[in-house]
Ligand binder design. Structure first.
Ligand SMILES: [Zn+2]
Length: 304
């Protein structure tokens, strides 16, 4: 007989160790510089580490709060996926949708709203990573497309804050079709000469990068955000080569010309507002639309 018996079960990893990087509790440890930060201090810094500038992931509602002046009007809040393929992997897709709703309070992975950024009216779509990894399914595609169409009708600029793992596998080809649908709407927005700014946050990957995330008149990234199509491990295994330092990070992409600017979250609103002003967006007045109507296309001069 053993002298000592283990009467207690071994300690298991805390439940908080799973996916979410959104800080919870009174104190939070910065994953980058290991500084222990008082949670309330993070609220004041928009969830950016005051010591090293690490950007904690924030949810879609918080994102809108950092960008809009005050209240905003949300659109298409009630749209839900119908689970067209009746998909089940380790869990039924309907159960994943339900869990996503329970953790985020949102019915899909994007919030679309109209509000004012530093006095300038704009339509903003903010993606919600907490909802099935911010994946783009039929609902995300439809909500963003409607947002762009609304912007065309009301002659407003569009800002899309990307935070996504890519297309939603559980909706198969239908999720992939959203890429073309949104890009088509953006092309119409472009033809109407209305500005579109893409904000790339950690992570922006897969079908989102391969479509609207890279199509902004201005593509702005947050510092050290992971931005790419396939994950680095997959690429490494495919090409059998070691990837360079900082691969798929904002700074690397800026150097290679894939993004235009890297902006700290605390300055994001001011930078977007000044860019919109530069692009001709004026403060809202009830009488006039914010942007002048599109000019007729200029016929190229023919030389014969
Ligand atoms: Zn830090």
């Amino acid at each position: 007989m053993a002298w000592f018996k283990k009467t207690k079960k071994p300690m298991t990893a805390a439940a908080s160790a799973k996916a979410s990087r959104v800080p919870e509790g009174l104190w939070v440890k910065c994953p980058d510089c290991s500084q222990i930060i008082y949670n309330k201090d993070l609220v004041g810094t928009m969830n950016v580490c005051p010591k090293c500038g690490y950007h904690f992931r924030i949810n879609a509602a918080e994102r809108l709060r950092t960008l809009f002046d005050g209240e905003w009007t949300e659109y298409d809040k009630g749209l839900v996926s119908t689970d067209p393929l009746r998909f089940t992997d380790t869990k039924a897709y309907t159960a994943r949708l339900k869990a996503g709703f329970e953790t985020t309070g949102s019915k899909d992975a994007v919030i679309v709203a109209k509000g004012e950024i530093d006095g300038l009216p704009a339509i903003v779509a903010a993606m919600e990573y907490g909802f099935i990894g911010g994946s783009m399914g039929v609902v995300v595609g439809e909500k963003i497309t409607r947002a762009i169409e609304r912007a065309i009708d009301e002659r407003l600029p569009v800002v899309i804050v990307c935070c996504s793992g890519g297309a939603r596998m559980m909706e198969g080809a239908r999720s992939l079709m959203q890429m073309a649908k949104i890009c088509g709407a953006l092309a119409r927005l472009d033809r109407e000469r209305l500005p579109y700014i893409a904000v790339l946050t950690d992570p922006t990957t897969g079908g989102v990068t391969a479509s609207f995330a890279m199509l902004g008149d201005l593509n702005i990234a947050e510092p050290k955000a992971q931005i790419g199509f396939a994950g680095p491990r997959v690429i490494e295994q495919t090409i059998r080569q070691k990837l360079p330092e900082g691969f798929q990070r904002s700074e690397f992409l800026l150097e290679k010309g894939m993004v235009d600017l890297i902006v700290d979250r605390r300055e994001m609103k001011a930078v977007i507002a000044s860019a919109l002003r530069f692009m001709g967006v004026a403060k809202s007045s009830p009488a006039a639309p914010s942007l002048p109507p599109a000019m007729p296309p200029v016929e190229p001069a023919t030389t014969t």
